[in-house]
Design a protein around this ligand. Structure first.
Ligand SMILES: NC(=O)c1ccc[n+]([C@@H]2O[C@H](COP(=O)([O-])OP(=O)(O)OC[C@H]3O[C@@H](n4cnc5c(N)ncnc54)[C@H](OP(=O)(O)O)[C@@H]3O)[C@@H](O)[C@H]2O)c1
Length: 262
């Protein structure tokens, strides 16, 4: 049975820019009422105005999701003000392009806080309602979760944690008799602010970035079809499949590639 977002209440974290803003607009255009949250109020307001053209009941909240102690309260407020969340999109996240030799524990932990612990807290806080409403959870992970790019250990580990969590969670929910579906989205290189944020090394990505709108229809299709995991662009699926028969050989290839770019 296909899942339609029309008429549903959708919460998209990190909706002030990039993938989150594009998905929020896509959901609103498809007939959902959408809540967005992030730290930059001015950017949220601009996105909210576009959401309300489609869905007047849409809302925005300014919140720092890296403040883990505040996440449960925010979840309760958003759930209440949206009228019960049907679809949770854990999208807010930060990059960390820095080689391991230059990382400190506090940097690694700050990446884990926003990319892993925060979505987990939000998910657990909203889970009873999501189960009651036969909801959907969409976790925006990354191709980095599957192939651990050079100079991205902290980031790749945070996304791999989110992906592993998603897999186990889907199994637990199904075994427990819930029809809540969990989805993983692995963007490749999508043209967003993520590649221009301070406190990061320059990106090594040497493939053409997709425009941000390219992610919207694949995610709507994923929800409709109930597909667990997608890659955008899709050809990353083959790269990941080719890794697992011989991870050592794959890493040798990564080393050669990184050296060629040094
Ligand atoms: N672009 C890509 O190629 C790519 C590839 C793989 C995965 N991803 C993932 O896609 C997601 C969206 O990234 P993007 O590419 O769209 O970059 P982006 O434009 O920088 O979006 C990141 C979003 O997260 C929000 N955010 C960051 N820290 C936050 C915090 N502490 N509290 C609340 N919100 C916070 C940002 O809003 P504020 O700054 O206003 O708080 C922004 O809305 C991320 O999880 C990223 O890891 C992107």
């Amino acid at each position: 049975m296909t899942y339609a977002v029309a008429g549903k209440n959708v919460l998209v974290t990190g909706g002030s820019s990039g993938i989150g803003a594009a998905l929020a607009e896509g959901f609103a255009a498809a007939g959902a009422t959408v809540g967005i949250c992030a730290r930059r109020t001015d950017r949220l307001d601009a996105v909210l105005a576009r959401l309300r053209d489609h869905a007047p009941g849409s809302r925005a909240w300014t919140v720092d999701l890296a403040d883990l102690d505040g996440v449960a309260d925010f979840a309760a407020r958003a759930d209440d003000e949206l009228g019960g969340i049907d679809v949770l999109v854990n999208n807010a996240g930060i990059p960390k392009r820095r080689r391991v030799q230059d990382l400190t524990p506090d940097v690694v932990e700050s990446v884990m806080a926003i990319n892993y612990f925060s979505p987990i807290r939000l998910t657990l806080a909203l889970l009873p309602g999501l189960i009651e409403r036969s909801g959907r959870i969409v976790n925006i992970s990354s191709v980095a979760a599957r192939f651990s790019p050079p100079s991205e250990a902290a980031y790749a580990a945070s996304k791999a944690a989110l992906t592993a969590w998603s897999e186990s969670m889907q199994v637990d929910l199904a075994v427990g008799g819930s029809d809540v579906r969990v989805h993983v989205v692995n963007p490749g290189v999508i043209d967003t602010d993520l590649f221009h944020l301070p406190d990061n090394d320059a990106s090594m990505a040497d493939i053409e970035a997709l425009p941000v709108d390219a992610i919207v229809q694949p995610v709507l299709d994923q929800l409709a079809a109930g597909t667990f995991e997608i890659y955008v662009p899709e050809w990353f699926t083959d790269i990941v499949a080719n890794k697992f028969p011989d991870t050592g050989a794959f890493l040798e290839g990564s080393i050669a590639w990184a050296k060629s770019k040094a």
